[in-house]
Design a binder for this molecule. Sequence first.
Ligand code: ADP
Ligand code: MG
Length: 349
Amino acid sequence: MTLDAGSTIGILGGGQLAQFLILAATKLGFKTAVFDPNQNSPAFKVSSKNFCSSFSNKSALKDFGNSCDVVTYEFENIPLSAIDIVRPYCEVLPKRNALEIGQNRILEKSFAEKLDIKTAEYSKVSNKKDLMNFLKEVSSKGIIKTITSGYDGKGQFLVEPHLINETIIKVLQHNECIVEKFQEFHSEVSIIAARGKSGSIITYEPGANVHKNGILSTTTVPTNLKKNTKIELVLAAGKILNKLDYIGVMGIEFFNTENGLIFNEFSPRVHNSGHWTLDGCMISQFEQHIRAITGLPLGETERHSNVVMKNIIGERVSVNTNNNHSIYDYGKLEVRHGRKMGHINIIKK
Ligand code: ADP
Ligand code: MG
């Protein structure tokens, strides 16, 4: 079913991703509603209707579901219980399975493996002995990650056999964790893909990502990836979206290594590494997501400009007069260490 202009799109989560989704939805004639516990959520200033309540408030979630024609989410750590409360009242897209797998690193990696998409070697670990055994087996450094609730490098620790300290042991005691083999990558890349209600899939050109302290710092397009690698990325994206019967935009991250592409993770939502599409393409990832979940046809993904997307993290955004800088300030009240405050798309001729 295609939603008519004037229908209401609900978004669980009110951060900058929701804000951009709303601007795209408004452009296409839709109304929007945002649900977020934080009254200062960036998306509240642009949505048609706001629901400021906890993700465990059943009656607020029910009211939210009742007032929307489709509901989506902008964050993979939205509790599944919240989705389950909304679902009887309104269709939620992308479907629950994508969120369930995307919020759990073990489910996510085993899902990729079943599709013959290579992942880093990993193991569930709950104590120092498990960790030592794994590091010995892979003879490499490792990265500990909490199985759930991680984003922007949160809940991650680099480990080496001689560097297993009290902090790490405590993390293992108090959280369910995996350890992954450390990847000596040439580069990190991601691909933004969308699948519509008809099952058609489109992808944007992959971007090269630089992370600092686990947080995305820059995305650059075009990349110098080999043609075969680009094809491999598109095929992997196609397999993932089809298998999930996915509807919407997804960001998928890979390590580009000597041994080829290694899948890192997918995000069942629009993705920071796709922000370049706001200025590099006629139709951004945000509009593409709105088109997908409302049943509209997906649009053009061709890149018309070379772009470096630079995140502004932990500092105020300052507006400059560079002709080739397209500046975005998320309007967050409080500057915090590691907090994404805005980004700049720098257009390179
Ligand atoms: P998040 O969910 O926080 O984005 P990721 O798994 O994407 O977590 O990790 C964040 C970043 O940490 C990655 O983009 C990469 O730079 C680095 N990283 C994560 N896992 C590995 C690994 N196995 N080897 C090398 N670097 C890694
Ligand atoms: Mg990541």
